[in-house]
Design a protein around this ligand. Structure first.
Ligand code: DX5
Length: 217
């Protein structure tokens, strides 16, 4: 089953609760909250307060995508705020195994994200500890970018690495996912698709946008 995971970065924050309920009613599997600190990525967005607010609006599992330096300092905070999955970036975790254990100790699912320039084999030794591996298909920081096609083989390679080890953690992709790129990432091996601007694009209802994406996969 392929999961659609709207990211709220592109939502209308003047009516965030409504936009969260709309994706839940439209059948999204999860919601992703894009946390950015202006250091790891060149943008500052939202923090644990927004996770708490979204938590009050939906029963869907919430992913906290921590695009921040020193994520180990905030695991318990996001866990308490209501995140079900906490995703840290490989590039800022020299002690990644310790951080993954910290997330699990907080009772949450552990995810790691890699930027387009980070090879998937850097995750090889951590695969047994992952609930989710997120292959960024854009350079993180902003919604509305084009998917970088050279990231597609990374998805396939990661799926092969998992199959070789008899592991089946989720492979999630994030960035530039729309009705044109969605079938490509699914074919490559992704099973969770994060979409921001394709869902909250304002040219159509959220339900219509989600249905359009669903039809494309
Ligand atoms: C940007 C965020 C992505 C972004 C995706 O770094 O992490 O989740 O919202 O947005 P789209 O789907 O518009 O590329």
């Amino acid at each position: 089953m392929i999961g659609l995971v709207p990211s709220i970065l592109s939502a209308d924050f003047t009516r965030l609760g409504e936009q969260v309920r709309e994706v839940e009613q439209a059948g999204a599997e999860r919601i992703q909250i894009d946390v950015m600190d202006g250091h790891f990525v060149p943008n500052i967005t939202m923090g644990p307060m927004v996770v708490e607010a979204v938590r009050r609006c939906t029963q869907l599992p919430l992913e906290a995508h921590l695009m921040i330096t020193n994520p180990q300092e905030y695991i318990e905070t996001f866990a308490r705020a209501g995140a079900d999955v906490i995703i840290v970036h490989y590039e800022v975790c020299p002690h990644l195994h310790r951080v993954l254990m910290q997330i699990k100790a907080a009772g949450k699912q552990a995810g790691v994200a890699i930027n387009p320039s980070t090879p998937v084999f850097m995750l090889e030794d951590m695969l047994p500890f992952l609930d989710l591996a997120l292959v960024m298909t854009i350079n993180p920081g902003f919604g509305g970018q084009e998917l970088i096609p050279e990231t597609l083989p990374k998805i396939t390679r990661l799926r092969e690495m998992l199959q070789l080890r008899g592991l089946n953690c989720d492979i999630e992709v994030d960035g530039g996912i729309n009705e044109e790129t969605a079938p490509k990432v699914v074919k490559a091996g992704a099973n969770l698709l994060v979409a921001g601007s394709a869902v909250y694009n304002n040219k159509e209802s959220v339900a219509a946008a989600i249905n359009r994406l669903r039809r494309a996969i």
